[in-house]
Design a protein around this ligand. Structure first.
Ligand SMILES: Cc1cc2nc3c(=O)[nH]c(=O)nc-3n(C[C@H](O)[C@H](O)[C@H](O)COP(=O)(O)OP(=O)(O)OC[C@H]3O[C@@H](n4cnc5c(N)ncnc54)[C@H](O)[C@@H]3O)c2cc1C
Length: 591
């Protein structure tokens, strides 16, 4: 089993050399967040995740939480690590300093999030959910709620949950049944059952604040009748009618308790306006969707590391060009072209998508901090377009990259002790929660693209055009042409689907997933072009890091030659249209 190593150099490459975060932050009035400060944060977080959280990954997987008398005990090592996490100040990186946070822009702490996910995803979920709760209470909570709870949440003394799902209502939140009745003192009494609630109960923090979607007595049907309530597990130290009835036995993320929670006259307070619950929840969900994308990225990074390290350790067979390790009776498997294909594919997917994710987070900073309203709006439109792509592409890719890690390990990969199979099991849930990847694709194509008449795609294409119009070295020109062709095809597919959807709404769902994958691969192609430009410039001068930059160009080449062509398959699927999908009947599946 390999422990996690933080990819410090790659973080610096993406944040400083490609995104030029220091310059962008200075333009946003945050010049004090300079390269030295960001590198200091990266180094501290790398140490913490390599030594404290990385071992939690397998410990939590083997041990899991335990439910006794309605109370959940987290895996033994989790609590001490969580307390250290809070003591060291990692809990409130993004939050408002007025409530104990550090107010860091996203681009300065995003890599910390990735390291936490990559080193111990199940454990990280507890603090990740709390960050979403901080956002929801900060943006929508009353002053009284903020004064009472925000500092506790920000500092990690309390954790937060997201309580949406019910047995009959997962994707379709419009049919939620949980009820909230107003009480005389301005609070509400919440009754109902929520299922699949991550970190719904545990013993790592003093208290848990549940953010619960429920209906008021006079609420209209559907999602417009949903309101959001903050329901503490304990009030003034006493139990508050929230009970964990059971915890799920799952495929992965074993360290994270997934709870069935019953609410029986549990006292809570409304967050935001009556009927505005879903809008408030979306504040959390957008944060959570990018966060789930980061989970995929973190797992891909860990699986890449495991693949590479095993490929250099394991001795089997001889290189096709003759023995390499002549002193041994076999060569390391990295000599074989197919093993190189696997690990380079892992690298090209992981590192290309890292830039996509970090770029999206930096756009969030621009959306929040840019002095000009037009710049804020521009960045916000791009973020809205990219969120479903980041969530879906990075998590589907994590399935591929973690599966490749198992494959590189051969039979050992299928055995629990090597750790590789855990990454694959853990990765699957990220494709499902926070809106399944199918729903992300509908969101992208329906709400973000067609609903805006394709305007949001045009904004992103204008950004891509800036790179295509740059003074490119000859070696990169064919790659730039591939990106250009992808962008043109993307516009054509958007027009085609738009026309078809006018005639038959079923065409939207039939095209959505392939459309998202097409767009995602093209955008990651742009990311690789940007990275190749920086790497080529570095290699044109004297650099002590030739191998690092050559590795970038090798991964870029594999991406353009072997991975970007996947878009042809996605485009063909989109062009095929709904075809027979709408006419399927149960009898067609008869065995
Ligand atoms: C480990 C784990 C942790 C979770 N944590 C939380 C949590 O903390 N809080 C919380 O509230 N929930 C949580 N969930 C629930 C999770 O968000 C839901 O499982 C998810 O949203 C899907 O809902 P569902 O399971 O009911 O699937 P369904 O909604 O029944 O969907 C089944 C399939 O049908 C597809 N589908 C459904 N509707 C449509 C449609 N309109 N168009 C096209 N396709 C459709 C889906 O994409 C999916 O493939 C968690 C789940 C798990 C397993």
């Amino acid at each position: 089993m390999y422990e996690y190593r933080a990819p410090r150099r790659d973080f610096q490459f993406v944040i400083h050399e490609v995104l030029e975060a220091e310059r962008v932050l200075a333009g946003l009035g945050r010049g004090e967040i300079n390269r030295e400060l960001i590198d200091g944060i990266l180094e501290e977080a790398a140490r913490f995740t390599e030594t404290v959280t990385s071992p939690l990954n397998w410990q939590g997987d083997w041990e899991g939480p335990v439910l006794r008398d309605g109370e959940v005990a987290a895996p033994a090592a989790f609590k001490a690590a969580y307390q250290q996490f809070c003591r060291d100040g990692w809990a409130g990186m993004a939050a408002d300093p007025a409530f104990g946070g550090q107010g860091l822009p996203a681009v300065a702490h995003i890599a910390v999030g990735e390291m936490l996910c990559g080193s111990a995803m199940a454990w990280r979920m507890a603090s990740g959910l709390s960050e979403g709760a901080v956002l929801a209470v900060t943006r929508h909570g009353s002053e009284a709620l903020k004064q009472q709870y925000l500092e506790k949440l920000v500092t990690g003394a309390f954790t937060g949950t997201m309580c949406l799902t019910e047995p009959q209502a997962g994707t379709d939140l419009g049919i939620l049944r949980t009820r909230a009745a107003p009480a005389a003192d301005g609070s509400y009494l919440v009754n109902g059952t929520k299922i699949f609630i991550s970190w719904g109960d545990h013993d790592m923090a003093e208290n848990i604040l549940h953010l619960v979607l429920a209906r008021l007595p006079d609420a209209v049907a559907g999602t417009k009748g949903l309101s959001l309530f903050l329901v503490p597990k304990r009030i003034d130290g006493r139990a508050n009618g929230v009970r964990c009835e059971s915890i799920e036995h799952k495929m992965g993320i074993h360290g994270s308790p997934t709870c069935v929670l019953s609410f029986a006259d549990a006292k809570g307070w409304i967050v935001g306006n009556p009927g505005g619950g879903l809008a408030c929840m979306f504040t959390m969900m957008n944060h959570a969707r990018l966060g789930v994308g980061l989970q995929g990225l973190g797992l891909s990074e860990r699986a890449l590391q495991a693949g590479v390290r095993y490929a250099f350790d394991r001795l089997q067979g001889r290189s096709a060009r003759g023995p390499v390790a002549k002193e041994q009776n076999a060569d390391p498997i990295i000599v074989h072209a197919d093993v190189r294909r696997m690990v380079l594919t892992q690298k090209a997917l992981t590192e290309g998508q890292r830039l996509l994710a970090y770029y999206t987070y930096m756009l969030q900073d621009i959306e929040e901090l840019a002095p000009e309203a037009a710049d804020r709006e521009h960045a916000g439109t791009l973020v809205a377009l990219l969120v479903p792509i980041v969530k879906s592409l990075l998590t589907d890719t994590a399935m591929e990259v973690t599966s490749l890690a198992v494959q590189v390990h051969g039979g050992a990969g299928f055995i629990r002790e090597t750790g590789a199979e855990q990454y694959l099991r853990d990765a699957k849930i990220a494709c499902i929660y926070e809106g399944t990847n199918g729903i992300q694709a509908l969101d992208l194509l329906g709400r973000k693209v067609l609903h805006t008449g394709g305007a949001s795609v045009k904004l992103l294409v204008a950004e891509i055009a800036k790179t295509l119009g740059a003074d490119l070295p000859d070696a990169l020109k064919p790659w730039a042409l591939s990106v250009k062709a992808g962008v043109e095809e993307w516009a054509a597919l958007t027009r085609l689907v738009g026309e078809r959807v006018q005639k038959d709404p079923e065409e939207l769902g039939a095209a959505a997933v392939d459309y998202l994958n097409f767009a995602g691969y093209v955008v990651v192609g742009w990311c690789w072009l940007r990275m190749a430009l920086v790497a080529s410039a570095a290699l044109a001068g004297p650099t002590p890091e030739r191998a690092f930059y050559e590795g970038k160009l090798a991964a870029a080449r594999l991406y353009f030659e072997r991975l970007l062509p996947r878009t042809q398959g996605y485009a063909a699927a989109v062009r095929a249209g709904a075809g027979t999908l709408p006419t399927l009947r149960p009898e067609h599946f008869a065995a």
